[in-house]
Design a protein around this ligand. Structure first.
Ligand code: ANZ
Ligand code: ZN
Length: 815
């Protein structure tokens, strides 16, 4: 028997496991099903430290459930369309497919070596035509229901990537991928109608066991506001202006109106005298980023449109302005401005010298500008209605009823959530299965012609130009209309890759199914995902989109589940020297190098032991060398055991057995509460106790030592599978330890020991207490003084002195 050699172990066990294939989901009803999912990977390079972390954490859970006897489904695949691969391929002058599939192979090899309990038979790549055939099919089903549609509007545009972005991909005004300032462009684009689901996306959060932080981000992103619509007549125009307001109670204080300069309405309301000023302003606004427009610090800008509206309650003529702090795509794109109660309106009124009328009484000591707090309504009465004296909530209810009765408005709920803009002007994505015909308009590609495959375009220039590279592939673009046979063209945009990832977890369930995206009966057996593990950067992107998809599929009758992921665990980031790893900082850590130096198990153990899963891991503070030493120590136990295989542990040393069984019981609880690092610490304690039992008695031949060593192997199999398997073999078992079953806990061995404590008063024994062996002096003193017998013995006298010798003796000297 040689030394601990992780390279040899890795080489030895991988083929054995591949042959045994222990992690294939059975789906035969023999055990309760559990769907364990980890976010699939972008093939933009080899595996990195972040993958190593998320896979290691995820695998603790998956392997635990395997040991518990569940029928676990733990699939693996690749999110293989998208910008990162396309940009990298362009840089290297390669075809995105070449680059992507080469990376997938590299990652697959690394993942196999990393020994995650994946069921490889379900592997998928979203860029395979067999996969995206069904992405297209799902698009068409959404299209038929009006949930996919095209419209012209100002959209987020990344000048660097030369493509549009969904709102969710704009982070603080910058492109989520490349960090460039996002600008606006007017384009006709495809959208998914996520807004139809806004309320259900909110309501069903109740079904989710997700980190509160993520739920809150989604809640804010959906942004429900309760308020009202109110209609303002415009002089010389039949159509009124409709506004959305959360403060209808302030209607009497609406002294002017503001419309978004880039909304159609602004162009309609501008008078000939103001046209030039307006045009000039609009040009400036178009060059302004979204983040600037929403900034509260920026000085207000705007232009008078020349038109006037009538305040419906005061009857006053109020000017209509255009200003960029009003956004075209929120509410109705127009507001009633109430400077006395709204800060933005106040600043605007101050700058352009517009009237300010208070309609909520501020407190006596108020010395601010806009008053946004509670208070009674003032200056809010006309011949028909008075709000004066009413508090905000009451005033709101009253005015809404009045507006409603007059046909001037109604109660409404507004959501900040926008429809999901899904078309991209790039090559490496799923083609949109729509054909544009001169006479028929939009014509869906018939289902039996799916997949509508990407043209190869090998050698073509794929660099971003603002129009999809597909548009240049004329032979591909020009087709006969499926309806009338006339001249038609394919849509040349591709889908956002988040479309691909919105349903991949369903494809895993029946990856070879050819009659639809997934077999419904199979999906209903497995869904929802029991536990999803992945990064929180997807909070309002993937995690929201997937929820939308599942709800839409449910409504189509294709799926019973209403939510994709019941539980969510977000891992932290792996950083180095307190900073995110990056090329420019030169602080990157290469996973392959770490594995070469310390072995797979030590790297995995380090990831799991680092701290609570949600915390960042600073690799500079980690000691994979320490992990390796511990693994060697654990492994040596197996070789030291002398009790024969099958020896009866109940004849063994009780003290060691208690530690073993307590460790198993605690480990289960710790895993279920995601305190994996503490679980590892407990395994370490068990290893120490076993070592001590071997060296200092009861000795290596005691059956309790075998039981302890076997338990170490099983617990370690969740984190360090190679070492665990090697120990298991050394202990005389057949592979694989991964499916041997979670150790049975004997409840009798969990009973806490107690010690008898003698309590004396003035040197005489007056009571005996059963206490925990590790009780503190302070607790013991309190317990003794609380005893009825002692109180009786003291008979109202106080104490002069209490001498405590925990856990065995308390001596009380009465006053
Ligand atoms: C009058 C008013 C008076 C308002 C007042 C607020 C306070 P949330 O809560 O975010 O939904 N608003 C409406 N549409 C807008 C748009 N397209 N761009 C910018 N602002 C817009 O905000 C709703 C409030 O934001 C609305 O209520 C409206 O101003 C403004 F004392 O109406 B309020
Ligand atoms: Zn046609």
């Amino acid at each position: 028997r040689g030394g601990y050699d992780f390279n040899a172990m890795q080489a030895k066990w991988r083929p054995v496991w591949e042959k045994l294939d222990p992690f294939k989901a059975k789906d035969d009803g023999s055990a309760e099903r559990r769907y364990a999912l980890t976010m699939f990977s972008y093939p933009s390079g080899d595996l990195h430290m972040g993958h190593a972390e998320v896979f290691a954490l995820h695998d603790v859970l998956a392997r635990y459930w395997f040991q518990q006897g569940y029928d676990v489904l733990n699939p693996i695949g690749w999110d293989s369309f998208g910008l990162p691969a396309e940009n990298a391929a362009i840089k290297r002058n390669e075809h995105p497919a070449t680059f992507t599939y080469a990376n997938i192979e590299t990652q697959a090899e690394s993942i196999r070596r990393y020994a995650i309990s994946f069921d490889w038979s379900r592997r998928l790549h979203t860029s395979d035509p067999e996969y995206y055939r069904w992405t297209q099919w799902l698009f068409l089903r959404l299209y038929e229901r009006g949930l996919a549609y095209r419209k012209a509007s100002y959209v987020n545009w990344c000048p660097n990537d030369q493509t549009v972005l969904a709102n969710e991909q704009v982070v603080q005004g910058k492109c989520e991928r490349c960090g460039w300032d996002v600008t606006k462009r007017e384009l006709t684009q495809w959208y998914f109608k996520t807004t139809d689901y806004a309320q259900r996306l909110l309501d069903d959060m109740e079904l989710l066991q997700w980190p509160e932080e993520i739920l809150l981000m989604q809640r804010n992103w959906i942004g429900r506001s309760e308020g009202a619509f109110a209609d303002f007549q415009v002089e010389g125009r039949s159509e009124p202006i409709r506004v959305f307001t959360t403060r209808p109670d302030t209607l009497f204080g609406a002294t002017f109106m503001v419309v978004a300069p880039d909304a159609k309405l602004a162009a309609e309301l501008v008078t000939p005298e103001q046209q030039a000023a307006f045009d000039e302003y609009l040009t400036k606004v178009k060059a302004t980023t979204e983040i600037e427009r929403q900034s509260t610090e920026r000085e207000k800008t705007g232009v008078f449109l020349g038109s006037y509206a009538i305040n419906p309650v005061t009857g006053k003529r109020i000017p209509i302005w255009a200003a960029d702090y009003v956004l075209a795509d929120y509410g109705t794109g127009a507001i009633m401005a109430v400077p006395a109660q709204d800060s933005r309106d106040y600043e605007f009124a101050e700058k352009f010298d517009l009237p300010i009328v208070r309609t909520v009484q501020p407190p006596a000591d108020f010395d601010g500008k806009a008053y946004t707090g509670e208070g009674p309504a003032i200056n809010s009465a006309n011949d028909e209605i008075s709000l004066d004296g009413l508090e905000v909530a009451e005033a709101k209810a009253r005015i809404i009823d009045w507006l409603d009765s007059k046909g001037l408005g109604e109660r409404t709920i507004n959501y900040r959530l926008r429809d999901w803009l899904l078309s991209r002007q790039r090559y490496w994505g799923c083609p949109i299965p729509i054909i544009h015909c001169e006479s028929c308009g939009e014509v869906p590609v018939p289902d039996d012609q799916l997949p509508m495959e990407l043209p190869d375009l090998r050698g073509a220039d794929l660099a971003p130009k603002g129009v999809s590279p597909l548009a240049a592939a004329r032979e591909w673009v020009e087709v006969d209309c499926p309806k009338c046979g006339g001249k038609a063209e394919r849509d040349t945009d591709t889908m956002d890759t988040f479309v691909d990832s919105s349903w991949y977890f369903l494809r895993y369930l029946s990856p070879e199914y050819t009659d639809g995206p997934f077999d419904q009966a199979t999906a209903d057996r497995w869904m929802s995902v029991y536990q999803y593990v992945g990064g929180k950067e997807h909070a309002v992107l993937h995690l929201l989109y997937a929820r939308f998809f599942v709800k839409a599929l449910h409504d189509m009758g294709l799926l019973k589940a209403v939510e994709p992921f019941t539980r969510l665990l977000n891992q932290g980031q792996v950083i180095n020297q307190g900073k995110a790893m990056s090329k420019s900082l030169g602080n990157g850590v290469n996973l392959g190098d770490q594995i070469d130096e310390y072995g797979v198990d030590a790297v995995r153990l380090t990831m799991v032991f680092a701290g609570p899963p949600a915390d960042d891991i600073d690799w500079a503070d980690m000691s994979p060398g320490g992990s390796l030493k511990f693994l060697q120590r654990a492994w040596r136990l197996a070789g030291a055991v002398e009790a024969p295989l099958g020896s009866d542990p109940s004849t063994g040393d009780v003290e060691l057995r208690k530690i073993t069984h307590r460790t198993v019981a605690d480990a289960a609880e710790l895993i279920e509460s995601h305190r994996f690092n503490v679980m590892v610490a407990r395994i370490m304690e068990l290893v120490n106790a076993t070592r001590k039992a071997i060296d200092a008695g009861p000795g290596a031949a005691d059956p309790a030592v075998r039981e302890a060593a076997e338990t170490v192997a099983i617990l370690l199999s969740l984190v360090a599978p190679y070492t665990a398997e090697e120990m298991w073999e050394e202990l005389g078992h057949e592979p694989t330890v991964a499916k041997t079953g979670w150790p049975k806990v004997d409840p009798a061995l969990l009973v806490e020991d107690t010690v008898t404590c003698v309590v004396q008063v003035a040197g005489k024994v007056k009571d005996r207490l059963e206490v925990a062996p590790d009780i503190s002096d302070a607790d013991l003193e309190q317990l003794a003084l609380a005893s009825e017998a002692i109180q009786k013995a003291l008979d109202g006298r106080g104490t002069r002195k209490v001498i405590v010798r925990a856990p065995k003796l308390v001596n009380i000297v009465p006053a």
